[in-house]
Design a protein around this ligand. Structure first.
Ligand code: FES
Length: 107
């Protein structure tokens, strides 16, 4: 972990636009998703019932959970389709060179 709390999550080449990748970082399973060249990251745990959201179907910026079909906007974590009611909380993401770094947002 770096001094500012960031941990390496992936290389940019591992997450092409329109895809997501599940990785271990920050003491948990998380995923990194590439929306038109911008990387976002969330816990791999849907807020509805804990499903593996990072394995979902991505259409544009919307990720659909493989378990019960909730939809989340990957730019913000907002719920855009039921049954989930609680938004996903994004990690902070920064890219340095070809490395994607993530951290829990300071409260
Ligand atoms: S666990 Fe994701 S929609 Fe139910």
């Amino acid at each position: 972990m770096s001094m500012d709390g960031y941990e390496k999550a992936a290389e940019t080449s591992e997450v092409p636009p329109g895809t997501s990748k599940i990785v271990k970082a920050l003491g948990a399973e998380i995923f990194v998703v590439n929306i038109e060249g911008t990387f976002h990251s969330f816990p791999n745990k849907c807020t509805h019932a804990g499903g593996p959201l990072g394995r979902g179907r991505l259409a544009g910026s919307v990720m659909q959970c493989p378990w019960h079909g909730s939809k989340f906007d990957m730019n913000t974590g907002a719920v855009v389709g039921p049954p989930a009611k609680v938004p996903m909380v994004p990690f902070d993401v920064k890219v340095e060179g070809t490395t994607i770094w993530v951290r829990k947002s300071p409260q």
